[in-house]
Design a protein around this ligand. Structure first.
Ligand code: PEP
Length: 256
């Protein structure tokens, strides 16, 4: 049985004061049911880099883990503006979102960068959440599976099957991110099943069965249950709806 993972990606929102208030509010809604939630799921928020220390403090003693939205693959060096895995780990970060579509499309991050970051995260025992997904143009040209397979092949190049349980893939169709257009559970399941097949071909059945595959793209309290009902959807990466404590809590508590 794969544990679900539900992660909130705050992007460049919520400064330290707002984030502290948010976490206090979220904890009021999550802490009382934490014992039930931790039986089958991991929960995570990923604040902006400079807000991580404040959120680490606010989360102390909670069952909600701390993630980051990006990192560099080297431990230190002349990389202006970047942050490394050891720096993040020092604040209790356990998960790293890697290759989010905004990083790929706005900051021109390549599959090769994504691959180096996944390898570095694993080296430091951080859980990489590697994002893949097609643009609207690619979907309309029937290239969804081709694009996602290329991103998987390059992003996971050289990553051994032993790492399968520690790797998380997030399928995030670019046309569904921040647009209010969610892939239907059936559309998402089709791609998730193709991703699982790819992992099976690369790593073997047992390893593929251990890897969690999240869906991301306009997830809300209203659609989370139908997405999680699909056999290959193991959780969600949530942007906009994770920015309000109430909707974030409802998504974290899905099915409870
Ligand atoms: C995201 O940023 O990963 C995301 C899925 O955003 P949203 O939920 O707002 O579509």
């Amino acid at each position: 049985m794969r544990r679900k993972l539900i992660a909130g990606n705050w992007k460049m929102n919520l400064g330290a004061n707002d984030a502290r208030a948010f976490v206090a509010d979220l904890r009021k809604q999550i802490d009382p049911v934490a014992a039930t939630l931790i039986k089958d799921r991991d929960l995570l928020v990923a604040p902006a880099m400079v807000v991580i220390p404040a959120v680490a403090q606010a989360l102390a003693g909670s069952s909600i883990a701390l993630g980051a939205q990006n990192m560099h693959w080297e431990d230190s060096g002349a990389f202006t503006g970047e942050v490394s895995a050891p720096m993040l780990k020092a604040f209790g970060v356990t998960h790293i979102i890697i290759g989010h579509s905004e990083r790929r499309h706005v900051f021109l991050e390549t599959d090769q960068f994504v691959n180096q970051k996944v390898a570095a995260a694993l080296k430091h025992r951080l859980v990489p959440i590697m994002c893949v997904g097609e643009t609207l143009q690619e979907r309309e040209a029937s290239k969804t599976v081709e694009v996602v397979m290329r991103q998987l092949e390059n992003g996971l190049s050289g990553i051994p099957s032993e790492a399968a349980a520690a790797v998380v893939i997030a399928y995030e169709p670019v046309w569904a991110i921040g647009t209010g257009k969610t892939a239907t559970p059936e559309q998402a399941q089709l791609v998730h099943a193709s991703i699982r097949e790819f992992l099976d071909d690369s790593w073997g059945k047992a390893a593929a069965a251990e890897t969690r595959i999240l869906y991301g793209g306009s997830v809300t309290p209203e659609n989370i249950d139908s997405l999680l009902a699909k056999p290959d959807i193991d959780g969600a990466l949530v942007g906009g709806a994770s920015l309000k404590a109430d909707s974030c809590a409802k998504i974290f508590r899905a099915g409870i």
